[in-house]
Design a protein around this ligand. Sequence first.
Ligand code: NAP
Ligand code: F7E
Length: 322
Amino acid sequence: MPTALITGITGQDGSYLADFLLSKDYTVIGMVRRSSTVTFERIKHIQDEITIIQGDLHDQSSLVDVMEEYRPEEVYNLAAQSFVPTSWNQPVLTGEVTALGVTRLLEAIRHVNPKTRFYQASSSEMFGKVREVPQRETTPFYPRSPYGVAKVYAHWITVNYRESYDLFSVSGILFNHESPRRGLEFVTRKITNGVARIKLGLTKELHLGNLEAQRDWGFAGDYVEGMWLMLQQEQPRDYVLGTGQTHAVREFCEAAFGYVGLDYRDYVIQDPRFYRPAEVDLLVADPSKAKRELNWIPKFSFTELVQLMVDADLKLVAKDIS
Ligand code: NAP
Ligand code: F7E
């Protein structure tokens, strides 16, 4: 069976992708960076079925070693400094990992085995101050954060290595995708976890930033299948994945609080601490190329996603206090 290397396996997407590839009988190698405490919360249920190895996108030799030792047929580069606000506080680190890290990995692939198929986790944040609505593969980029800028570099280096060295390297331009495994600082999870804590009496308020920003939110489990499909095509091409629906943060609040019988206006406080130096106001995907060529269609609706996340957080918080 094929071997796949996943960088960022301890993250939200890495864990769902590992679940998915195991279900297809892949040998899964997960690259993790060294840390003083274990960060395997999202993959503890499959820890015995995957091989964990140390490596870091900062470190070229670690990437070459991993490629030489495991010779994967497919590499999914999901590792990144992925939190947009942190990219203003740590812009150089964000560029090192999220942008240059991709070149390091592509170089390792080119030297060790140029037949390796490569997936780059690109982002709708590249569209930023959008030039057209909805956004598709040909929409010009206008990133609005150091994170978005780094992802634009990573996108073009992926395209460039395909065109320069004939690598099978593809860029999946994914719109926001969420789940109960989403990091707690991202707005959807912050809201659903806040709803659970309020409902169960642990707190009375939830501090958020800009409630008017609109995002195209889907379920992460649907999106990892799209990543895999991109690497199974005859030709390497780039694809947008999204639902084609957009909702404001305010609507997410309304749905999440409403689901447990609460009115978000009684609990949500708009707090300037969470405003960004430059905002991405509106994102909505045109995923028609992925539908046409990959037969990829997201299965979860917005309401189902909100409810899935609130239910999971209610369980989690209840367990924590029991
Ligand atoms: P995430 O939960 O933040 O996971 C990021 C992963 O990258 C973690 O496993 C992290 O390891 C790892 N990492 C960070 N720095 C590293 C380094 N220097 N070397 C090796 N690994 C490193 O992100 P996600 O939501 O799963 O997203 C996966 C990828 O898709 C990211 O590249 C993200 O930018 C991109 N993306 C995400 C979305 C979305 O809506 N989720 C949309 C478009 C694109 P630790 O566990 O040690 O921190
Ligand atoms: O913010 C607004 C905030 O941090 C969404 C990453 O996975 O998706 C993600 O980036 C919106 C923004 O995600 C709060 O201003 C309001 O407009 O959940 P987020 P993001 O910045 O869209 C893209 C596609 C990626 O590639 C990234 O890696 O919500 N917002 N109040 C808030 N956001 C946060 N985090 N916290 C608030 O309190």
